[in-house]
Design a protein around this ligand. Structure first.
Ligand SMILES: [Fe+2]
Length: 232
């Protein structure tokens, strides 16, 4: 408790945006288990690690000065209302309003582009309007994906795990999922293409600023495995 108070105080002293405690976010993510969303906490943890490591790589390259705690907290928190999607609600917008109401407007801004309707309005032309921090979190969410790890006899996934991919492979996992569904998927694939085109541009920008995607994958996987072992 004491150390958390100190870290809040030091963030305020250095004029860094206030953030909800990691413990509170984690409690909310664990609360998703009772709605059957067992993989969301793991996904958010993976995004948290990837965002922090991206920020650190860019800072080390000397071309940016990113607050690793800010971006990683946003990545950890971005899916806290995932269960609301089932009720037809815009869960990302609920999260944005929740952070604003709780007194974390910067965090609300950070995760705002992750709101799917908002993201669909992002084009290569207006990508510049996003902050570097928003791009880091969007990129982490793009490369951290759920993957089936067990199947039933008909080949339907029965168990999901989480992994971080090269962007082209993350695109591939989603394309495959769309194509495996019955009916017309043209519209969905068009949106997917649009989304990943913007994410490719983000990746190029991050690479120019010092990101090494292969190292990011390796380091994130390693840290996630350690966390997973400890958290089980
Ligand atoms: Fe996500």
């Amino acid at each position: 408790m004491r150390s958390r108070k100190l870290s809040h105080a030091s963030r305020a002293a250095s004029k860094k945006p206030p953030l909800p405690s990691r413990k509170k976010i984690d409690r909310m993510l664990k609360g998703l288990f009772k709605h059957g969303y067992f993989g969301v906490r793991d996904h958010c943890r993976l995004c948290e690690i990837a965002s922090r490591k991206t920020a650190k790589q860019l800072n080390a390259a000397g071309k940016a000065k990113v607050d690793p705690i800010f971006v990683s907290r946003g990545a950890f928190a971005h899916d806290i209302f995932r269960h609301l999607a089932e009720k037809g609600m815009n869960e990302e917008r609920v999260a944005i309003r929740y952070f604003e109401k709780m007194g974390f407007p910067e965090l609300a801004q950070l995760v705002a582009p992750m709101e799917s309707l908002h993201f669909q309005r992002i084009t290569p032309k207006n990508l510049d309007k996003l902050s570097l921090e928003q791009k880091i979190v969007l990129y982490a969410d793009g490369v951290c994906r759920g993957v089936p790890v067990a199947y039933d006899k008909k080949g339907n996934p029965t168990k999901w795990g989480q992994d971080i991919f090269a962007l082209k492979d993350a695109y591939g996992t989603l394309l495959e999922r769309h194509l495996s569904k019955k009916g017309s998927v043209k519209g969905k694939i068009r949106l997917l293409d649009k989304e990943f085109f913007s994410k490719w541009l983000i990746e190029l920008e991050l690479i120019r600023m010092g990101l090494n995607p292969e190292k990011l994958i390796k380091d994130t996987r390693r840290a996630y495995k350690v966390w997973k072992r400890k958290s089980n």
